[in-house]
Design a binder for this molecule. Structure first.
Ligand code: NAP
Length: 296
C-alpha cells in the first residue's frame, strides 16, 4: 500500500478561503476581526513567523496591529501593552510571539492576556475549559492536526491513537481534544514520551500515529501497522550539503519507508505546518464573532 499524502497546504488554503468569506460577511456588519501581535527582540525565526502571521491576516481581510519591541523592553512595559490590547475593542486576539528574550517572565505575560482574546489557547482558563469539554480557544497546532484528520475523512470515533510527545503545546492538548465526547474526539489515546518502556508496542497497535517528538526517525516503518494514518508534527533540521542553506527540514517520521505501509501520511514540510497559522486566523475570527454575540 502506498499512502495518500495529506496536503496541509491544500487543506489550509481551503480553510483560509472559508475564513476569507466569513471575514467579508462580518465586514458587511461593520466587524473587522483584529489580531494584536507582540514581538520582543530580533530573533530571525520569530521575525519570520510574525511576518507570516501578519501577512496571513491581511490575505483574508483581518486587521493586524504590529508591535515590535526592543529586546531590552521591561516586563512592566510589556505588561502595559498587553493590558492596552485587552482593552482595545479593535483587537480580538492577542499573540505574544514566544520565546521571549531572557529576563522576561513568559508565564506572567501569558496569564495577563484576557482569556477572551487568547487566540493561542495557552491561558490556563482556556486549557481548563478544553479539558472539561467546554467551549474554548483550542491551541493552534493540535487543532490543526485534528482538522487535517477530519478533512481527510479519517474516522476518529473508536480509533486507537498513539501520540509520541507530551508537551504543553502539542502532545497534551491533542490527547485531551481526542478523548472528548464530541465529533472531534471519541478516540482512545495513548500518550508516549521518553520514559515510555516500549514505544513500538504502542505505535504498532495504533490506527493513527501522531509524532510530536522533535527528533528525526522517531517513528520507523517497523513501528507501524499496515494501513496506519500518520501525522508528523515534527520539524527538524538535518545537514544537507546539496542545499544552499546547508540543511533541509524533516519530520519525526521516516517518511519514505512509512508511506509504503500507511493509508494516509503528512509530509514535512507541507503537512501540519501550514495549518498552525490557519487555526490562529480561525480563532481570531471566532473571537470577533463571540465579541459581537454572533458565535454559535
Ligand atoms: P518538546 O516540548 O521538545 O516535546 C517533545 C516531546 O517528545 C516530549 O514530551 C518528549 O518526552 C518526547 N520525546 C522526545 N523524543 C522522544 C522519543 N525518542 N521517544 C518518545 N518520546 C520522545 O517539543 P514540542 O514543542 O511538542 O514540538 C515537537 C515537534 O513538533 C518539534 O519538532 C517542533 O518543532 C514541532 N512543532 C511543529 C509545529 C508546527 O506548526 N508544525 C508546531 C509546534 C511544534 P519527555 O516529555 O519525556 O521529554
Amino acid at each position: 500500500m502506498t499512502a495518500q499524502i495529506i496536503d496541509g497546504k491544500q487543506v489550509a488554503a481551503e480553510m483560509r478561503a472559508e475564513l476569507k468569506d466569513e471575514a467579508a460577511k462580518l465586514k458587511k456588519k461593520g466587524i473587522v476581526p483584529g489580531l494584536g501581535v507582540i514581538l520582543v527582540g530580533e530573533d530571525p525565526a520569530s521575525q519570520s513567523y510574525v511576518t507570516a502571521k501578519e501577512r496571513a491576516c491581511e490575505d483574508i481581510g483581518l486587521y493586524s496591529d504590529d508591535n515590535r519591541l526592543a529586546a531590552n523592553t521591561s516586563q512592566a512595559d510589556l505588561m502595559a501593552l498587553v493590558e492596552k490590547m485587552n482593552n482595545d475593542p479593535r483587537i480580538n486576539g492577542i499573540l505574544v510571539q514566544l520565546p521571549l528574550p531572557k529576563g522576561l517572565n513568559e508565564a506572567e505575560v501569558l496569564l495577563a492576556i484576557d482569556p477572551a482574546k487568547d487566540v493561542d489557547g495557552f491561558h490556563p482558563m482556556n486549557v481548563g475549559k478544553m479539558v472539561v469539554g467546554e467551549k474554548a480557544f483550542l491551541p493552534c497546532t493540535p487543532h490543526g492536526v485534528i482538522q487535517l484528520l477530519i478533512r481527510s475523512g479519517v474516522k476518529l470515533e473508536g480509533a486507537e491513537v498513539a501520540i509520541v510527545g507530551r508537551s504543553n503545546i502539542v502532545g497534551k492538548p491533542l490527547a485531551n481534544m481526542l478523548i472528548q465526547k464530541n465529533a472531534t474526539g471519541n478516540a482512545t489515546v495513548t500518550v508516549c514520551h521518553t520514559r515510555t518502556k516500549n514505544l513500538a508496542e504502542h505505535t504498532r497497535r495504533a490506527d493513527i500515529v501522531i509524532a510530536a517528538a522533535g527528533r528525526p526517525n522517531t517513528v520507523t516503518a517497523d513501528m507501524v501497522k499496515d494501513g496506519v494514518v500518520v501525522i508528523d508534527v515534527g520539524v527538524n533540521r538535518v545537514e544537507d550539503a546539496t542545499k544552499k542553506r546547508g540543511y533541509r527540514l524533516v519530520g519525526d517520521v521516516d517518511f519514505e519507508a512509512v508511506k509504503e505501509k500507511a493509508s494516509f501520511i503528512t509530509p514535512v514540510p507541507g503537512g501540519v505546518g501550514p495549518m498552525t497559522i490557519t487555526m490562529l486566523l480561525y480563532n481570531t475570527v471566532e473571537s470577533a464573532k463571540r465579541a459581537a454575540g454572533l458565535a454559535k
